[in-house]
Write a protein that binds this ligand. Sequence first.
Ligand code: IPM
Ligand code: MG
Length: 368
Amino acid sequence: MSRVMVLAGDGVGPEVTTQAVRVLEAVARRFDVPLSLHERLVGGASIEQSGVAVSDETMRLCSDSDAVLFGAVGGLAGAGDGGPRPEEALFRLRTELGLFANIRPVRTLEALLGSSPLREERVREVDLLIVRELSAGLYYGFHENVPGKPSEIRAHGDELVAIDTLRYTEGEIARVADVAFRLAEQRRHRVTSVDKANVLSSSILWRRVVDEIATDFPAVGCEHLLVDACAMALLARASSFDVIVTENLFGDILTDEASMLVGSLGMLPSASVGTRRTPGGLFGLYEPVHGSAPDIAGRDMANPCGAILSAAMLLRHSLGRDDAANAVEKAVTEVFDAGYRTADLGGGSESVGTDRMGELVEERILAC
Ligand code: IPM
Ligand code: MG
């Protein structure tokens, strides 16, 4: 029996996670996947209840599980008042669970080519994977208990100065590069490492370490691209990429950009993994790339496909169930082929809400 923790979080998190759970339960019945699901509060919802973004008990339950299905956090309690912030839940889960590699697939669907703001010929046959380093870099400059690694706003003469620190160790670069090369081995054998080595020391080291790891994978080609050039290339020639590996903040920015190739940020799933093994694969945390979108929360408007496709990644990477994962992805494709669209994709004649979208995917899984 696989144990899956369900952390729906804030904003649209609970709505999209409800649909992902519905699909997970349907596919588990249909493909005989023994699952037990356990829900806990995180983010603003947890701060309101217990004063912390994620409790020690929830952390313990997550470490004892095979996978975590995560919704979204942020935009609610604690923002900007110096108290606990909902996002701390994500940072704690990512670091304490050892989830250093964030895998974000970007694959365009034939039925959605017209939904991208780019011309169809630019987004046709895009099938790339962004591997974002997730546990170091600028995001972790605020650990005040780590000397020499400041992130703060402090007085400097008669004005304020703000400091963040972009720090990477060789080991942190090597382990995420290794993940990227392994994934490329199972795909089209091409890794593009993205950095800013013409300016940043962290990037010079990044490039050197990636080149060393590349020698372990002679069958995989490796190229380096500066992050500004990569941002441009994603619009000009996205179909030429296979696996892109990059540091935390570059990966955060490039994945939102890449979502526009597919048509909407609401479509993108993600898997965050480390090295802990489960009986079926690797322990991981699965979440849609979009955030909590408080402006549309509770209105049955959010696209649940990022969350549903994250559940598919959970089945594949943590439970080793490619059969069930493929069925979920096929069902989503079929729903779009049939003309259904959520509001973020332009709605259109077959405009549907969050709940109906989940139901349509569920119906196709049960019928397959
Ligand atoms: C993401 C999000 C988060 C991040 C935010 C909510 C802190 O944008 O997962 O891409 O920047 O990592
Ligand atoms: Mg982001």
